[in-house]
Structure formats: structure tokens, C-alpha cells
Design a protein around this ligand. Sequence first.
Ligand code: TXE
Length: 459
Amino acid sequence: MDDFNPATTQKIASIPRSGKSEVEAAVKAAELAFPAWAVETVENRAAWLNKIADALESRSEEIAALESMDTGKPITLARNVDAARSVANFRFFAEQVVKMQDKKFPMDDAENNVIQKPVGIAGLITPWNLPLYLLSWKIAPALAMGNTVVAKPSELTPLTADLLAKVLVEVGLPAGVVNIVHGLGSEVGQAIVEHPEIKLISFTGGTATGKLVAATAAPMFKKLSLELGGKNASIVFADADMQNTVAGVARSAFLNQGQVCLCGSRILVERKIHDEFVQMLCEHVGEMVIGDPSNEETQLGSLISQEHRQKVESYIALAEQEGGVLIHGGERPELEGELAAGAYLQPTIVTGLDSESRCSTEEIFGPVVVVHPFDSEEEAVVMANATEYGLAGSVWSSDIAKAGRVAEAIDSGMVWINCWLHRDLRVPFGGTKNSGVGREGGEWSLAFFSEAQNICIKR
Ligand code: TXE
């Protein structure tokens, strides 16, 4: 299969279009490797993770360049977020797993010991928006807990998964512990989810695909973690620090061209500052540099593909049909040379829509945000919760008690107050409603990638 740079539409690689038989071979290899890997000491597994982190770190610049080329994202973002976090994920779980302790529950006449055992072969399926970042977020805890892995990266962004496979060979990780199978979701992804020997599935991707994955895995009682889409609200109160809030809300709206499940794509603003806020937001966004992802100055790169841009543009057309006003962007920027063919789109801000309109409630997953005014705390909460998603959100106010009340009332897995995407890898990550099932992160990942067994000893 061909792999393209979406910023230029040039072909950059060919990848194998694997199918059932390659998944079968990967499962066989993972099965053979499992017994030895599962009984490795925790310290040894942590040492492997650190070795992988070191090897990735020495290739950080290469990872950033590949990720930027494969996704169209700005090189600075690929360097500071994707490359850095991929290394950090391995280091973090190496540290976490050695700190983990078996739990004990004493009784008068007996002792309960809860131990965490490996599940077996873990099936990991990841999307295109944060390729190695999300793959390493799953591989590291899976390995730390003694599982072997069959992983499928997105067919749109296979390059850093391929680099990881080479790094694993270089550092000498025993063969079969990690197996990466490239190909289409409907072929390789589906074969992984269906395979009876794969006992656990961790999936990050679209909600529609998540439904399919759940429907296939549930009758086999596989352990399942689904991290799906989001339509997250950024709630701005009149007492917020305007400068900080405008910058934070704009970053939350447009980071990675709005292609992050956590992006704040619905901006709810207290009516008395609505017009002023919107004007400041437009000015801020107007200064964002859009263009060549390899340029250090670029803040907004290309979307993932022409097809995805069409989908996002169809929402802009819908916004206009629904009575929305495009107060910023909405067009393809005019770029020169080979970039002219890229999947670029201006950062777009829409006002005047009903807060229950499709553009305000459906995930667009691109550089398009809607802004709505609200009059009271209660109204802001109702509006924030009026979507089928429940992943994240942010609240901006100098009244921390009020912001805390609103945060608790939002039906989502994560809320930031006066910041966004301020990540501590120890905290739970995941959503409610159509944003998924389960939590990963810190001890939640270690619990998910293992089976708890209680051993009760009668004295
Ligand atoms: O994702 P898919 P797509 C959202 C976003 C986007 C929409 C669709 O709204 O517009 O999803 O994106 C694999 N069995 N997010 O179509 O298809 C696929 O190969 C098993 C949010 O690109 O869900 C890839 O590796 N696997 C999201 C992975 O699933 C299957 C990030 C995700 O791709 C499969 C990406 C199947 N039947 C998109 N079909 C987030 N939560 O951040 C596909 N796949």
C-alpha cells in the first residue's frame, strides 16, 4: 500500500497490506515468546523499557521528522510532543511497574494476597493523529506487565511504528515479544480483534470503529479498553484572565490542526464577555502561522488526508446551512509550490449556531470550532453535556470554587481548570458515553494490562 505525505500528497513509502495469515503468524510468534517474557522479573522488564527509551531518545530528531512527514503536523509539535512523549511513555511505565506492590488484605484467620498476572497476548490498535505517542502509550504498560503484543498502527501513518520495530530489533528485545502488523483496519485490525488467542484489546480511534471492535470482542469476553472521539467544551467565565484564556482556548481548539480527541471544539463563553472574547480569539488565531510542516515557524500544518479535509469542509458547509456565521477562516489557504496540493485548511471559527446543532455536537476532528454564549453556570453545564461524547473539557475562571463545581458537573473523564492538556502520566485517561470504555494511564494501565488474582491463605 502507498503511504503519502498529506502536506504535499507525495508518496513517501510503501507498506505491506497484510491480512489474516500475517496476523496468524504474529500471534504464533507472540505465543512462543509469552512464557519466557511473562516470568521475567519486573526489574528486567523495566530495564528493557528503559533500553527502548534510550534508543528512541537517540533517534528523537528522526522520529519527529518521520511523524511530521507522515501526518502533516508541524515539526516543532512532532519534536516536543510526539517524539518526547514516546520516550517518556517507556521511561514512565518502567518506573511505575517497579513501584507496584501486591495488595494484602489480612483477616483474623487468613491472609489475602492480590497479585497482578499478565493477561497473555495484547492486541493494540492505534490511530493516525499521534502515531508513536499512542502506540508507545499502549506497548509500554503491556510489556511492563508481562504480556506479549500484536500491534497495528494506522495505515495512514505507519512510519514511526516501523522505526520502533527496528529499534526493538537493535536493542535485542527477544523475538516475538512485540509484533507489528501493517495494513488496513478492516483486514488486519479486524483479524486482531477476532483472533481467539488475543485476550485483550486496547483501541484508540473513531467511535464508529470502536462500536465494531466492541461488538466483535464482547462475545469472546476479551478485556477491552476503548478510547474514542470527543466534542469537548471549553467553558470561559467573565472572571477569567483573558490573555491566558484566549491563548489556552486557541491552543486547545487548534493543536495538531484540531485533530486531537481532547481538543476543545465547542467554546462556551459567558455572554457579557462573548463579543470581546471572540474578537481577541480571532486576532490570536489570525496570527497563527500555517504552512510547511518542516518549517520551525509553522504552527498549523496539513490535515491527515484530502478525504479527511473533505469531511471537515462538509461540516463547514453544514454550519452555514444551519445558520452559522464564519467569523474566521473556512477556506483552504493559498500555499505555493508542492504545498499547494496539501490538505490544508484555515483555522475556522463559527458563531450563531444553536448549541444543539450538528456542528456543535458531532465530532469534526479538524480546525473548526463553534462558539456559543451562556448566561449562567447551570446553562453552561447543560450546554457542555449536550453531546453524546464525554471525554474531556476545560473551565476558565479566577473563581476556583465555581470552576471546580462546573468541572464536577461535566459528564466527562477529564477536565482541566485554567489550562488544557497539562498531562501527568499517573492520572486516569479515558471517557464516558460515546467517548469510550475504561481508563488507561498510571496504575489504571497496569491494572488493565493484567489480571488480578486473589490468593487466600488460611492460617
Ligand atoms: O479512524 P479509525 P479514522 C475519529 C475522528 C475521525 C474518525 C474516523 O472523528 O474523523 O474517528 O477516523 C483501525 N477493526 N478519530 O477512520 O478507522 C484503523 O486501521 C479494527 C478519533 O481514521 O477508527 C486504525 O488503525 N481496527 C481518534 C484505527 O482503527 C480497525 C483518532 C483507527 O482508525 C477497523 C482517529 C476494524 N474494523 C480518529 N477499522 C481519537 N480518539 O483520537 C479501522 N481500524
